[in-house]
Design a protein around this ligand. Structure first.
Ligand code: B1H
Length: 808
């Protein structure tokens, strides 16, 4: 029974909605399109959110809290409409109202584009942190780039990845507010020379190219509270629509070139994950959002602090998310000295005390280095400051730490005529952290060991987390309801409370519902697979899933070769007992990453071979789902039995899909890498399946120049067979996979795929035997949900507040 207040709320909502439809479409509801229906709902929701937004901002202005600004070149926010509705506690009202109006709520939600403003885990982590901070009621804002085109849309055509540009703003975007009056000017290029002004030698910066940075603000709403924080994304525009000087001289093309060159800066997100590109435009992007963001933060601070910057670092933390915003150091120095007139020493104190830095990867190809010439040319004043920071740092190492020249050059920010951005970030900030225990240990002992020895107190570790609101509560509503019925609602804001679920480990009725929910989620995914790939899968089979960016170190290849091996076994022995499996893959490859694209091709070739072979009798199915993004993840995570987390140990800094799967009751099949190790600790060794070399073993081999993959090959018939299949025409018109073959045998298997193959096979066999014991399987799955508390981004954000920003 609904209360009179609820009934009134529903009726009010319906009339507001009918009116809104007319406003956005100029038509009656009955004639409106799904897109208009979505737009109307989005506007109503945005109005409600905006009221709380204004209130939160006003409160922050009066109550002095330490504010945190998260600088990141990626924020992978996902769709927002459902998140806003649920966080407003409006889910039921909206659902009932839509139903009573004869509309399909899900279809309306599906009209929303999924903004691809990030590549993968790094960008998604930032979005999770923003959501958690708002839910915890903390003053915490994001600062990034308003890309006109997000990450490309992936299509699979003839088994291969084809990229299509992403135009997420095509139909307008209802959840952002453009704030032209808060625009700032960012200067590029130009010359610097010294002049005597009033007797003192000072420099003059002229002939620069000014670009207008215009902010777009998006509300970040807390769950079931009234906090609304901001994500500020900067867009590049020409200062004048076109260059009037050229226009008047009749040089029309030059006049518009000026416009498109300015806009180019925020045209597109670079589609590389875990790889630094080295292009001038990327460096422009990095400086652009750092400069615009810092200018606004500092001017706002002055406005609320009587123009005084003295206690800036007590009241503000600026967080550098990986090295892409590492120019925060020199840019802050520039603003404080050149614009605010502070001395070097005063500016340095404020800068260093405000900045904190998180590293997200130890892969050498991802560690950013910029040529000195490029930096000097593009941002000459910033280069001057970097040189001086480096000079003073070297000097202090020489005089205070007593290091010799060799040691100093190993720590230098400028090395081989390149700026090492991680070194810059470490020197300019007072805290450096890794994103899981093992990763932080590697940073201290290997990657940044020289710095660690000098400043051990600066090094920290904060294990990543994911928001349970998006990755459990809103995407697995049946599990959410079962949990809430069983242990109350407290867990939604304190995920450790999920441990109370262990009370139900012997409760048959609970177990039955728990397993039924998983099956229903698998059925939902099966429909999606049927619709997208025209493949029929068996929802009763084990859903074995690996979804993430395609990268050699993540080893989708190991998974694929295992599937090929199982296929061979079934062909050789068709009557063997076999537990049906559905192998599901999804993920994008960077457009220029040839090898990753070959892996996608191989997976699709294996799918074609296996799915269409009648001798297999549908016992194995292989599915590659196109265009993996946040929304697709929300359908996939709840449907998994097995979460494949099989990176070469020591290479995956943390991983976060491991956490999303775990929360939804999947069993991790993983190496002892990144946060897998902490999942192992949380659930206990009985409730996870691990295999493979340890990170120490990998390092040991690497120090000897690798292991011998030929030896493994020669001693293992199964491996010989699958290796031959890569090049012997098995895949028919889909081609041979010579480059994959060569990478494993000729180039000695950098990622230890053949080395770990047997161990992986053993782990997969263990899974089969466990799966047959339904009670055991339920128990393992329950453990995974129950002990996922520490992988909430609420915990991660609180850890940062305590250890790093010292705000609580
Ligand atoms: C992660 C990146 C990354 N680490 C460079 N590093 C990029 C590096 O465009 N670029 O140049 C883009 C992304 N991404 C990921 O961060 C790690 O691989 C994951 O293990 C980790 O979970 C995630 C969040 O910390």
């Amino acid at each position: 029974m609904k209360s009179p207040t609820q009934l009134k709320e529903i009726e009010d909502f319906k009339s507001a909605y009918i009116k809104k439809i007319e406003e956005v479409s100029g038509e009656y509801l009955a004639l409106s399109s799904h897109l208009n229906q979505y737009q109307a709902l989005a506007e109503i929701v945005m109005e409600k959110v905006a009221t709380q937004w204004a209130k939160t901002s006003a409160q922050y202005d009066t109550i002095p809290h330490k504010r945190v600004y998260l600088f990141s070149i990626e924020f992978l926010i996902g769709r927002l409409l459902k998140s806003y509705v649920n966080s407003l506690n409006w889910e039921e009202t909206v659902k009932i109202a839509m139903h009573e109006l004869g509309l399909d709520y899900q279809t309306i939600l599906d009209q929303e584009t999924d903004p691809g403003l990030g590549n993968g885990g790094l960008g998604r982590l930032m979005a999770c942190f923003l959501e958690s901070a708002a839910t915890l009621g903390l003053p915490f804002h994001g600062n990034g780039i308003h890309y006109k085109h997000g990450l490309f849309e992936q299509k699979i055509i003839n088994g291969e990845q084809v990229e299509v540009s992403d135009n997420w703003l095509r139909n307008g975007y209802p959840f952002e507010i453009r704030k032209p009056n808060e625009s700032v000017i960012v200067k590029f290029y130009g010359d610097i020379h010294y002049e005597k002004v009033n007797g003192a030698l000072t420099f003059v910066y002229e002939n620069y190219e000014p670009i207008l940075a215009v902010p777009y603000d998006l509300p970040v709403k807390g769950y079931h509270n009234s906090t609304v924080n901001s994500l500020r994304l900067w867009s590049a525009e020409p200062l004048d629509e076109f260059d009037l000087l050229s226009f008047n001289k009749g040089q029309f093309i030059d006049a518009v070139r000026h416009k498109s060159e300015a806009e180019a800066i925020t045209q597109i997100l670079y589609p590389n994950d875990n790889e630094a590109g080295g292009k001038l435009l990327r460096l422009k992007q990095e400086y652009f959002f750092v400069c615009a963001g810092l200018k606004r933060i500092i001017s706002r601070f002055k406005r609320f602090n009587q123009n005084c910057l003295d206690d800036f670092s007590e009241k503000i933390a600026i967080h550098i998310n990986d090295t892409h915003p590492a120019l925060c150091g020199p840019e802050m120095m520039r603003i404080l000295m050149d614009d605010e007139g502070l001395s070097w020493n005063d500016a340095w104190k404020i800068t260093q005390n405000s900045l904190t830095f998180t590293n997200h990867t130890v892969l050498p190809e991802a560690l950013e280095k910029w040529p000195v010439e490029m930096m000097k040319f593009l941002i000459p004043r910033i280069y001057m400051i970097i040189e001086e920071i480096n000079r003073q740092f070297g000097e202090s190492l020489r005089l205070k730490a007593g290091l010799n020249e060799l040691q100093i050059s190993a720590l230098s920010i400028i090395q081989d005529n390149q700026i090492n951005m991680a070194n810059l970030a470490i020197v300019c900030s007072h805290s450096v952290n890794g994103v899981a225990e093992l990763h932080s240990k590697i940073l201290k002992e290997e990657t940044f060991n020289g710095y660690y020895k000098l400043f051990p107190e600066r090094f920290h570790s904060v294990t990543n987390g994911v928001t349970p609101r998006r990755f459990l509560i809103n995407c697995n509503t049946n599990l959410r309801d079962l949990i809430t019925e069983s242990i109350g609602t407290e867990w939604i804001k304190n995920l450790y409370d999920l441990e109370n679920l262990m009370r139900f480990k012997n409760d048959l009725a609970f177990a039955k519902r728990f397993c039924q929910i998983k099956l229903d989620n698998k059925i939902r995914l099966s429909h999606y697979i049927k619709q997208q790939n025209q493949i029929v899968v068996n929802p009763e089979s084990i859903f074995d899933i690996q979804v993430k960016r395609i990268h050699e170190y993540k080893r989708q290849l190991l998974n694929a070769l295992h599937v090929l091996h199982l296929y061979n076994c079934l062909k050789a022995n068709p009557n063997q007992e076999f537990i049906p499996r559905t192998f599901i893959f999804a993920g994008k490859a960077a457009p220029g990453y040839y090898f990753a694209k070959e892996i996608i091709k191989l997976i699709n070739a294996i799918a074609e071979l296996v799915n269409n072979d009648p001798a297999i009798h549908d016992r194995i199915k292989v599915v590659f789902l196109a265009n993996f993004n946040v929304s697709l993840g929300e359908i996939i995570y709840p449907a998994a039995n097995i979460s494949e987390q099989i990176s070469t140990a020591g290479k995956e800094a943390s991983g976060t899909s491991n956490m999303k799967f775990m929360m939804n009751g999947a069993i991790t099949l993983g190496t002892m890498d990144g946060a897998n190790i902490e999942i192992y600790e949380a659930v206990g060794k009985e409730n996870i399946v691990t295999f493979g070399l340890s990170s120490d073993e990998v390092t040991h081999y690497e120090k000897q120049g690798g292991y011998s993959s030929i030896e493994v090959y020669e001693s293992n018939e199964h491996i010989q067979k699958i290796m031959h299949q890569l090049i012997d025409g098995t895949f028919g018109h889909l081609g041979n996979f010579q480059s994959i073959y060569d990478s494993l045998l000729l180039y000695n298997d950098t990622y230890f795929i053949l080395k770990d193959f047997d161990s992986y096979l053993g782990a997969q066999k263990r899974i089969n035997s466990i799966f047959q014991d339904k009670t055991k399987w339920f128990n393992m799955a329950l453990h995974n949900v129950a002990y996922s508390g520490r992988f909430s981004s609420d915990r991660a954000v609180l850890d940062y507040q305590k250890k790093i920003w010292k705000t609580i």
